[in-house]
Design a protein around this ligand. Structure first.
Ligand code: OSB
Ligand code: MG
Length: 371
């Protein structure tokens, strides 16, 4: 592959409104935008999904930048690869740091598809031309404020409503949503590892609300207790934080730790690993969906492309740009094509262009690395 130069840009982008989960409150993204250039004027884009603090996983925006600069970019620029699928193997000797790996691997995938003149979705083997999407809602200060948010997103047509829960904010908000909007709203809860098996009673109580799933109720590194829990619950368990690789997915499926998997491209180290997890789950009748990490349009475009694969049968968290951003860094903006539906772009690569003037507004640091 023709790869000549890599550029890193650190962007800080304020949210429209702050977002609270059991792991903490966030009011801005702090991300690394990766651009990989060839000698023909093509540019491929990727984005890190790390946060400034290590409360979702162990990575931070600082560690992502460090790993890219010190290990991953030198490894890529000193290698000769023929396809982006080889990047996964190239980075395999470097342990973990999946978000750093995914940011660079995603940019190589975009560049490759632009060089071939195909869309990223087609490059990944995607078949869908549109995808159904849902929305994730944080822990709100009051149940009334939560209900108002849910109503707004139902009105926009989002096909799945995911609400964050934590001990003390679980049964009552879910009961209130069911009471106000009825039994048919596609509803799920995400605990971000806030419970232990000592709270089995609360988790069992959630069974009465007919949730599509409960996401990552137990520890971020657990698949054993989740298997025990799944035996006690009617509601399907979905794993997020516990799955970092296709091997993790295989073990979780074998143990019965979950009936659904959330694939986040950053968490699992890239698009190639995401595709492997998708294929494994498909072979085991485990549906998957694409999680979100408050991505800019660049990360959203990657999420849309991977979601075009056929076993992404549950609406993911890839909401429109206006869910979080007053001003996104891509054009056109990622916008709903029909209520709750995004179109899969057909242009080359990710199918969205960067807006350099918007990038400049949020830019705090920039470095370039040559072969
Ligand atoms: O667990 O899915 C999660 C945001 C930050 C950290 C973890 C999670 C989330 C979300 C946001 O749910 C999803 C989105 O991008 O809208
Ligand atoms: Mg989650």
């Amino acid at each position: 592959m023709n790869i000549e130069r890599v550029e890193l840009q650190r962007l800080i982008m304020p949210f429209k409104a702050s977002f609270e989960a059991s792991i903490g409150r966030m009011d801005k993204r702090d991300l690394v935008l990766v651009t990989v250039y060839d000698t023909d004027g093509n540019a491929g884009y990727g984005e890190s999904t790390s946060f400034p603090f290590p409360m979702y996983n162990e990575e931070t925006t600082d560690t992502v930048w460090y790993m890219l600069e010190r290990f991953l970019i030198p490894t890529l620029l000193s290698a000769e690869i023929t396809s982006p699928e080889e990047v996964n193997d190239l980075f395999a000797p470097i342990r973990r740091n999946n978000m750093a790996k995914a940011a660079l691997e995603g940019a190589v995938w975009d560049l490759y598809c632009k060089q071939k003149g195909i869309s990223l979705a087609v490059g990944l083997g995607g078949k869908k031309t549109t995808i159904d999407v849902g929305v994730s809602i944080g822990i709100e200060p009051t149940i009334d404020l939560l209900l108002a948010k849910v109503e707004g997103f139902i009105n926009e047509g989002y096909k799945k409503i995911k609400v964050k829960i934590k001990p003390g904010f679980d049964i009552e908000p879910i009961r209130a949503i069911r009471k106000q909007f009825g039994p048919d709203v596609p509803l799920m809860a995400d605990a971000n590892s806030a419970y232990t098996m000592d709270q089995l009673n609360i988790l069992k109580e959630l069974d009465q609300f007919n949730l599509i799933m409960i996401e990552q109720p137990l520890s971020h590194d657990d698949i054993i207790d989740h298997a025990k829990l799944q035996k006690e619950l009617q509601t399907p368990i979905c794993l997020d934080e516990s799955i970092h690789s296709v091997e993790d997915a295989r073990k979780a499926i074998e143990l019965g730790s979950c009936r659904i998997i959330n694939i986040k491209v950053g968490r699992v180290g890239g698009l190639t690993e995401s595709k492997k997890i998708h294929d494994l789950c498909q072979a085991h009748d485990i549906p998957v969906w694409c999680g979100g990490m408050f991505e800019t349009g660049v990360g959203r475009a990657h999420n849309i492309a991977i979601t075009s694969l056929t076993n992404f049968t549950i609406p993911g968290d890839t909401s429109a740009s206006n869910r979080y951003w007053v001003e996104d860094i891509v054009e056109p903006e990622v916008a709903l094509f029909a209520p709750g539906v995004l179109a899969v772009p057909t242009g080359a690569g990710i199918g969205y262009d960067l807006k350099p003037e918007s990038v400049k507004k949020f830019l705090v640091r920039q470095e370039s690395y040559n072969r």
